[in-house]
Write a protein that binds this ligand. Sequence first.
Ligand code: ZN
Length: 104
Amino acid sequence: MFCPKCKAEYRTGITVCVDCDVPLVERLPEEKEEHLILTKYEELLYTHDPGLVAIIKSILDGAGIAYIFQGDSSGYLHPMIVPARLFVEKEEMQKARDLLKDFI
Ligand SMILES: [Zn+2]
């Protein structure tokens, strides 16, 4: 069972979300990937430069920050047609901003 508001998962038998006080639903409606990302992650920047994607990844990996690169097509050497968008976990946003301030 899931809370339709905060998306928390509950075990069977519980019918109301303790946090939101709303009835639980059997399953959450299908959502677009982007929508799911935005509940937990926030967009920090986007870039057309595959080299920059690689640099940013190594910085965030080194700092242990959870991130998603959407539209990442690193491996191509020519500039990307569609920008790669960097999403960082909301709690880590300030830390990530400090680390990446040269690129923002
Ligand atoms: Zn809830």
